[in-house]
Design a protein around this ligand. Sequence first.
Ligand code: GAR
Length: 196
Amino acid sequence: MKRVAILISGGGSNMVALVNSMTGDHPGRPVLVASNDPAAGGLAKAAAAGIATAAVDHRTFGKDRAAFEGALLHHIEAANPDVLCLAGFMRVLTPAFVARFEGRMLNIHPSLLPKYPGLHTHQRALDAGDAEAGCTVHEVTAVLDDGPILGQARVPVLPGDTADSLAARVLVQEHRLYPAALRNYLSGNRTPIALP
Ligand code: GAR
């Protein structure tokens, strides 16, 4: 069994999808859900599922990202994970943190990378007049929202879509894609998944 730690910043719906998938013959088990925001709604959901949780408020550390990550690392190391999943984790990680987990850290991003790294992905897809949008699971490298792609799911952009309506349609696919990509990854399969 591979030990999986999940980092969140908000409601944690992707975290819940990952946790729910890790049963039976799944090669992973959740060992920690950690957040940079003590008020993140996902923390209570993880605790209710019986998973250890940790909160390290990044605001306590001002601009000192290394100190924040040191405190976070303390909790992560205690859980001894094999793999780290970023699931709506909204802090940019330092190269040193990424290097420590390179090759065993995944992220889900709400765009069809390499399109639209960073923020406001859905509005940018709408502004560009794209016919489709989607989400990507990838390995985390030192470059933001870069790294080998493990899977993508696509959705059509519909007439009248707003950033919110598009985000909601993409999120449904995120909940399918991330568990499938994690299972594949933990099984040693690096062939990217493509969901329609
Ligand atoms: C998801 O849409 C995820 O793709 C996005 O934040 C949302 C978190 O929702 N992540 C990023 O934008 C990372 N840069 P959740 O907390 O309900 O899983």
